[in-house]
Design a protein around this ligand. Sequence first.
Ligand code: FPP
Ligand code: MG
Length: 298
Amino acid sequence: MEELNLVKNRITELVKECNDEKCLVLLDKLAQGKMIRSKLILKIAEVNDESIELCAVVEMIHAASLLHDDVIDEADTRRGKPSINSLYDNKTSIMFGDILYSIAFTRLSQMDKKIAYEVSSAVTKLSIGEMIDVDLADTFNTSYDKYFDMIYKKTASLIEASAKAAALIAKKDENKYALYGKNLGLAFQMIDDILDITSSSETLGKPAMHDFYEGKVTIPYLLLHERLDNKQELENLYKIQLDDNQISWIKEKLQSTKALEDSISMAKKLGLEAIDALKDENSEDLIMIMKAMIEREF
Ligand code: FPP
Ligand code: MG
């Protein structure tokens, strides 16, 4: 997608305006993401100065949140490359996150008021979502409501705001696009949680089967726990470094109880709801984005 280069160039331009060499070096060390939020914005609002600015703002906020998340999760890798906290240290990752976040908000303050409101309030949700995620990792969570509230805030809120803001730029029906973005975001996080189990570390660019070790009871584990007769067997494996036999046991149970299959169906159902929200909007490309997201491998 050629247009994504316009977004990357705008981000570089904004960081250059800080007149700080180290910031440019750090920007260069950030691993390239899928830029799903930008793809979405550009499909909804097409390519123009306002939409490119919105993409740059949202991508910088997202990058800032990941710089902080990698410190919180003590992650060594991000998208297959060493994370900033492992290349430098936690302090650098936090500070560079703050810088990107501040540049983004400076630009956002110059944009349409309604867009600024939607995006900035989504960042509050995102930050609360991260806090809930961390708190939920304390003890084995068995509540679906808590899981969905957390993934809505942590992941779907910024995607929802991106789609809504893009619809505001394009003068399209903002509520329909917000609903599409929300469901796409929920499905996106669920697929992420499923891929943690089904993909290899090489494909993921981060350790596989890591969520459960980190204390995250994601959707496949929630379903599995509910369906097991002996729940203690799964609870005993919570937050421990799993050996090959234990990994095989979990994977076998996820198959035999259909917990994995049903998690995929739940994500697909949300994906279809997203598509349904746009049924009168003549948006073939957004349907393609949804389908590609569900079928992705990393
Ligand atoms: C990745 O989740 C994390 C997020 C999507 C949000 C993180 C949000 C914050 C740290 C709040 C601070 C926000 C700003 C703007 C500074 P994950 O750990 O489940 O996914 P991963 O495996 O990709 O790390
Ligand atoms: Mg993380």
